[in-house]
Design a protein around this ligand. Structure first.
Ligand SMILES: NC(=O)C1=CN([C@@H]2O[C@H](COP(=O)(O)OP(=O)(O)OC[C@H]3O[C@@H](n4cnc5c(N)ncnc54)[C@H](OP(=O)(O)O)[C@@H]3O)[C@@H](O)[C@H]2O)C=CC1
Ligand SMILES: O=C1CO[C@H](CO)[C@@H](O)[C@@H]1O
Length: 330
């Protein structure tokens, strides 16, 4: 894409839309021209509230407009594939909320539709685009921590759900597996470099048919293991650790949703020395810039598909009573 303005249309008016709209509007070469809701009055309210020129009644009506170059799909997970594919088929670039889809098959369909229609896509997984993640990547590639033995990722928020919250509705993609393990699983995939997850054993705490805590033991190779734990039942926890033969990286704030405050990580070695690093930046703006830029996004697409494959395997293990299952290669 050139440095002309990319005009975004937003589909959905949920909680996260309120946050991302500001990041879209404050990114250079981006304008938000329209927002669509299932409800005309809600679209009007959002448009007025956030200074968006056009309020659109119905998602398909947004795709029929000629002032939209890219679509931000901000809907419950069960609707991500349908509307991302529809956006791609109408020639629009796609920024789809996390989790990319309900499963790997749908995720691949989104990727294929975007390739076929030659549009760019990203899932809106902010942490991947933080300055800190770039530093982690460099450290991993230069083997700063020595030989990796274990990776641990944990994401929890205590959720006193409002009734009707889509996160408690399985048919809409509710539950912490898709919602929160997307973050933790993504981190494990990100940190594993060439040793992608190969098998998984998982257990869950359920509320009705929806997992509200998921814990998984993941094998990356014969000598690398990972643990993942996510839930709605404990206070906020966003923990990530990469333990290597020389040192361990510890980060206690890795998803950093919705704030621009500085974030830290620590590297502990076996002599007891601790190195501290502080990072700043707006991960969401970085993400939007990458989407509208001309960088090859294939590695980020692979990361998303591999994360989705890991979540599929965790789900299969849960359905099989916690048995060890293989992770499909992507
Ligand atoms: N990147 C991040 O940091 C975050 C990402 N998310 C992700 O964003 C997505 C949306 O989450 P969130 O904003 O919390 O969701 P909300 O439930 O607050 O909003 C979802 C929106 O989707 C639309 N919608 C369409 N059909 C339905 C339906 N059947 N039930 C409920 N809503 C429907 C509604 O908009 P309308 O009726 O106006 O059309 C609604 O406002 C999820 O995939 C979630 O995982 C969430 C929080 C943080
Ligand atoms: O991605 C997310 C970040 O935090 C929320 C907790 O309030 C999650 O439920 C959400 O989907």
């Amino acid at each position: 894409m050139t440095k002309t303005t990319t005009r975004f249309g937003i589909i959905g008016t949920g909680r996260i839309t309120r946050r991302l709209v500001a990041d879209l509007q404050s990114t250079d070469h981006v304008a938000v021209t329209a927002i669509a809701s299932r409800d005309a009055e809600r679209a009007r309210w959002y448009a007025d509230q956030y200074g968006i020129e056009n309020a659109v009644n119905g998602y398909d009506q947004l795709l029929a407009r000629d002032d939209v170059d890219a679509v931000y799909v901000s809907l419950p997970p069960s609707m991500h594939a349908e509307w991302s594919i529809a956006a791609a088929e109408s020639g629009r670039h796609v920024l789809c909320e996390k989790p990319l889809a309900m499963n790997l098959e749908q995720a691949k369909q989104i990727d294929t539709a975007c390739r076929t229609h030659q549009v760019r896509w990203l899932d809106a997984t902010g942490w991947l685009h933080h300055e800190r993640s770039r530093a982690f990547e460099v450290w991993l590639l230069e083997q700063k921590f020595g030989k990796i033995g274990h990776i641990s990722a944990s994401v929890s928020f205590y959720e006193p759900f409002q009734s009707g919250d889509h996160r408690l509705d399985r048919s809409l993609g509710g539950g912490c597996l898709l919602d929160l393990a997307w973050y933790a699983g993504g981190l494990i995939v990100f940190a594993s470099i060439d040793d992608l997850p190969i098998s998984v054993q998982a257990t869950a705490v359920m509320r009705g048919d929806v997992p509200i805590r998921v814990t998984a033991l993941i094998k990356l190779s014969d000598d690398i293991s990972a643990t993942l734990s996510c839930g709605y039942d404990t206070a906020t926890r966003k923990w990530f650790e990469i333990a290597g033969s020389k040192s361990s990286l510890i980060c206690d704030d890795f998803t950093r949703p919705w704030t621009e405050r500085p974030t830290r990580c620590w590297i502990h070695d076996s002599t007891g020395s601790v190195e501290s690093h502080t990072f700043e930046g707006n991960q969401e703006r970085n993400m939007i810039e990458r989407l509208i830029g001309d960088e090859d996004l294939t590695p980020l697409h692979q990361q998303a598909l591999q994360t989705q494959a890991l979540l599929d395997a965790i789900d299969r293990s849960l359905q099989q009573g916690g048995q060890s299952v293989e992770v499909e290669g992507v």
